[in-house]
Ligand binder design. Structure first.
Ligand code: FES
Length: 122
């Protein structure tokens, strides 16, 4: 029987959209309750997220949450992106450990703050 990895296992081992961006339309940096940080960078045109990446010094769970968020909102408009919640991330990743649910809060909050940064500059 073939073993299927959960999104959590997949993204924590092989994060996607990981990195930093020069001259983003919006960006944010947040230090979570655990002391880990997340950065997020957005390239937005006509209110649509054309490119997005994140950087973190956190654990595998943080990589998984950042990967999910960035993949989910890429090519979406900013109103849809603002609708992403920590609960959606937790549900989608399937087996994110309970003591790492705060990593989902960090990822959603960093995205929302980066969008706010764009809106305030716009
Ligand atoms: Fe600190 Fe994930 S954000 S352990």
């Amino acid at each position: 029987m073939e073993y299927t990895k959960s999104l959590y296992q997949k993204y924590s081992l092989n994060p996607i959209n990981f990195g930093r961006m020069n001259d983003p339309s919006g960006a944010a940096w947040i230090k979570g309750l655990c002391g880990d940080t997340m950065e997020m960078y957005l390239m937005i045109k006509n209110r649509q997220i054309e490119d997005i990446c994140f950087h973190t010094d956190g654990c595998g769970a943080t990589y998984a949450c950042g990967s999910y968020v960035t993949e989910k909102v890429k090519e979406k408009n900013i109103e849809d992106a603002l609708g992403i919640s920590p609960k959606e991330i937790i549900d989608a990743l399937e087996d994110l450990p309970k003591d790492h649910h705060h990593c989902a809060i960090l990822a959603a909050s960093t995205l929302h703050k980066a969008i706010a940064d764009y809106l305030l500059k716009d």
